[in-house]
Design a protein around this ligand. Structure first.
Ligand code: FES
Ligand code: FES
Length: 162
């Protein structure tokens, strides 16, 4: 018989109660128990970045974080970032620059960029952006348009703040 523990997670501003086994990762719970499949699964060993979510605003790989470790923290998935009618500025910039092909890496890429721009307000250099997204692998785009989009969103944010 498998024992499960009750766990309450704050995801995208709402409380979710789930019953989990202690070894389940946050990625397991988000996708399988809550149905938030915008967070992608691939390597499950912190190598590709497609499972990235924000934990208290910082980008983390949800495939190596136990769900229990996220208790009491604020979790943001791609579903919590903007709506179809009111996209996040990063989503707007990715669309504007045609920075999406198959899309598999994009939720993790955008959340990684969100965390990076929050920590580096203003206009980061292309080198800084490249370093920031180096843990998120994209097989399609060649990265240039992604970097353009993040640079644009950073510049727009800097303008809005001035
Ligand atoms: S699935 Fe988590 S880093 Fe690849
Ligand atoms: S857009 Fe296909 S992996 Fe990045």
């Amino acid at each position: 018989m498998t024992f499960r523990n009750a766990l309450t997670l704050n995801i995208n501003g709402s409380e979710h109660e789930v019953f989990i086994e202690p070894h389940w990762t946050l990625l397991d719970v988000l996708r399988r128990e809550i149905g938030l499949t915008g967070t992608k699964e691939n390597c499950i060993e912190a190598e590709c970045g497609v499972c990235t979510v924000l934990l208290d605003g910082k980008a983390v790989c949800s495939c190596i974080l136990l769900a229990m470790q996220a208790a009491g923290r604020s979790i943001t998935t791609i579903e919590g970032l903007g709506t179809p009618d009111a996209l996040d500025p990063l989503q707007v910039a990715f669309l504007k620059h045609g920075a999406v092909q198959c899309g598999y890496c994009i939720p993790g890429m955008i959340l990684t960029a969100k965390s990076f721009l929050a920590e580096h307000p203003g206009t980061p250099t292309r080198h800084e952006i490249r370093e920031a997204i180096s843990g998120t692998l994209c097989r399609c785009t060649g990265y240039q348009k992604i970097i353009d989009a993040i640079a644009d969103a950073g510049a727009e944010g800097a303008q809005a703040a001035s």
